[in-house]
Design a protein around this ligand. Structure first.
Ligand code: FES
Length: 114
């Protein structure tokens, strides 16, 4: 799989498939690397799914205080900025702008969350 992601909007799921407190992992057409979309406190947050430390899936992590804790070594990534809380991960994950359009959760791959 390529590490580079194409840019552009990608419909990842119907909005009703992503209720509050849930996450959807998307690895389909239009993205070069898996993306996860989290629904936290009424907001949607899209980030790269793969932990920058040792490639764990962040969709399997725990969410608290608008951050997802990696299930392998417990670095927590801020869903708003992608920044890790501390080691062992030192590099941020990418964030992506996300919106709801025509009943779909749409991720603008390559456009950082504003
Ligand atoms: S794999 Fe995520 S912190 Fe190590």
């Amino acid at each position: 799989m390529s590490e580079t992601s194409p840019s552009g909007p990608v419909a990842v799921c119907p909005v009703e498939a992503l209720p509050e407190g849930e996450v959807v992992r998307y690895d389909g057409p239009g993205v070069g690397a898996p993306i996860s979309v989290f629904h936290v406190d009424g907001e949607l947050y899209a980030i790269d799914d793969t932990c920058t430390h040792a490639r764990e899936s962040l969709a399997d992590g725990w969410v608290e205080d608008c951050a997802v804790e990696c299930p392998r070594h417990a670095s927590a990534f801020d869903l708003r900025t992608g920044e890790p809380s501390g080691p062992p991960a030192v590099r941020p994950v990418r964030t992506h702008r996300v919106e709801v359009a025509d009943g779909q959760v749409v991720v603008h791959v390559g456009t950082p969350r504003g």
